[in-house]
Design a protein around this ligand. Sequence first.
Ligand code: AMP
Length: 130
Amino acid sequence: MASVFTKIINGDIPCYKIAEDDNFISFLDINPVKIGHALIVPKAEVDYIFDNTDETLAQMMVFAKKVAIAIKKEVVCKRIGIMVVGLEVPHTHMHLIPMDEEKDLSFANTRVKLSPEEFTELLNRIKKNL
Ligand code: AMP
């Protein structure tokens, strides 16, 4: 069965899409740890990140860099941290999370609740930096 991220890639379910090219997509995490929390997802559905080809892994970081720079221009933070977990969605993805201190990079933190309007407004602010 297709992963939830493949369904997003195929347009079967919606997302707050930041960027897309032939091989990758980025969208806002629907249950963000911090405002500006985004995901970087290769379009080819591979569960475990280190089962991807060297080329995909290298390209994923370059794609993530563009998105991280765009997020950092809009969200006040010291830097954009990276996390890879993949226990909830078995489709390779990298979390980009605005952070000021180490404890910001924890899924144990209370998630931020945003309305659809707030997601859209944040998305548009990030996208204009691309
Ligand atoms: P993990 O697989 O543990 O790295 O976590 C999966 C992440 O995907 C979580 O942070 C979820 O909030 C996020 N997520 C799951 N479904 C969606 C969706 N439909 N749109 C955006 N983010 C999602």
